[in-house]
Design a protein around this ligand. Structure first.
Ligand SMILES: [Zn+2]
Length: 73
């Protein structure tokens, strides 16, 4: 997985960021409602204005494999 470097907040121009972690139901396919998984999300939060400037799925491999399983159904 490529690493994304965020240098500046697009909302306030701040350059200080902190990481936040959360869990959210996420699925490889929006068509299949009963296939929701819980994925860890990593948020990059601007320290100056509190905006979430970036959200990333921590276990990308798991999400990709869950999507591939659905496609073969
Ligand atoms: Zn900001």
């Amino acid at each position: 997985m490529k690493e994304i470097k965020i240098e500046q907040c697009p909302y306030c121009g701040g350059t200080d960021f902190i990481k936040g972690y959360g869990v959210q139901a996420i699925s490889g396919s929006s068509k299949v409602a009963n296939s929701w998984n819980l994925s860890n999300l990593v948020y990059t939060v601007c320290k100056d204005c509190g905006s979430i400037v970036h959200t990333q799925v921590e276990k990308l491999d798991r999400l990709i494999s869950s999507q591939q399983e659905l496609e073969f159904e």
